[in-house]
Design a protein around this ligand. Structure first.
Ligand SMILES: [Ca+2]
Ligand SMILES: [Ca+2]
Ligand SMILES: [Ca+2]
Ligand SMILES: [Ca+2]
Length: 283
């Protein structure tokens, strides 16, 4: 199923209805707002490709910004990405890869990236995990640990200048329960722009993306709730009993654009302190 359509803050109920029940392409030209891309039909590649086009070309890799256009992607698959991944691994100005995304969570911003030879699709947390998870880009996946919730903040790539983006998308693995996995977007004033429930696809992949027009980059922070259970608990995925483990594969977002509003910067600094982001040196 491919679903993409215009939306607005007020149209969430309609969006859910259209995306889940109808499964058709809906275009509401009369409603201003972003375009939502949602796919969980067993082959998400068509919708991921459409979303890449909405964000814009080219994929700027690790190039230092700023650029007025283009997009960034993270697939976690390069050998350099450590199992115990520092929260700023994808924008430490001193070391590539520099892609302008910094992660944080309430558990001292602890994250893991599955690494062949050390960990196969998070089997070090529970041996059943590889039976549940699959990849869009092989072989690696991403997860917070100690919590199932994390934030993404944006920067000018290879710089410490806070930034915002015109679109954000993520691939989720093994969303069993509709409602367990949520993507929330916040603007520079920490106001909720949009809250979205990711479609379920047990033992498969789900894609959610949202793109604003080329001249608006309102997304300053993304909060992701991946399933309803911390993978670090060691519990097995068990949706029958309400336990839904969900992990993340590729992230895609628009080229980060600088945000200079002073109030926003102060707010951002406090948020990072609260979330416990600490720079870590690579070993
Ligand atoms: Ca599809
Ligand atoms: Ca499952
Ligand atoms: Ca991957
Ligand atoms: Ca699950």
């Amino acid at each position: 199923m491919v679903t993409f359509h215009h939306t607005s803050r007020a149209s969430k109920a309609f969006r859910s209805l259209a995306g889940v029940a109808l499964g058709t392409i809906v275009s509401m030209q009369c409603v201003a707002g972003p375009i939502v891309f949602s796919d969980a039909d067993g082959d998400i590649s068509d919708t991921v490709a459409a979303f890449q086009q909405a964000l814009g070309d080219p994929n700027r890799g690790n190039s230092a910004g700023p650029f007025a256009d283009g997009r960034r992607q993270i697939n976690w698959d390069a050998g350099i990405v450590p199992f115990d991944m520092p929260a700023d691994f994808f924008n430490n100005p001193a070391f590539p890869p520099t892609r302008g995304a910094v992660f944080s969570n309430s558990n001292n911003s602890e994250f893991r990236v599955s690494n062949d030879g050390i960990d196969n699709e998070f089997d070090t947390f529970n041996a059943d995990n590889p039976n549940q998870f699959s990849t869009f880009s092989a072989p690696r996946l991403f997860t917070p640990v100690g919590t199932n919730i994390f934030d993404v903040n944006f920067f000018i790539p290879a710089d410490n200048t806070p930034a915002s983006v015109n679109g954000f998308g993520a691939i989720f693995s093994d969303v069993d329960l509709f409602g367990s996995t949520i993507v929330e977007l916040f603007d520079v004033n920490n106001q909720l722009i949009s809250s979205n429930t990711v479609e379920a696809n047990p033992n498969g992949l789900s894609f959610f993306g949202i793109a604003f027009d080329d001249f608006t980059s309102p997304i300053f922070r993304v909060s992701i709730t991946a399933g309803n259970t911390d993978i670090g608990s060691g519990l097995a995925d068990d949706p029958t009993n309400g336990i839904d483990l969900v992990v993340i594969d590729d992230l895609l977002y628009g080229e980060p654009q600088a945000v200079s509003e002073p109030g926003a910067l102060a707010l951002f600094a406090s948020a990072l302190i609260l979330m416990g982001v600490r720079r870590k040196k690579l070993i």
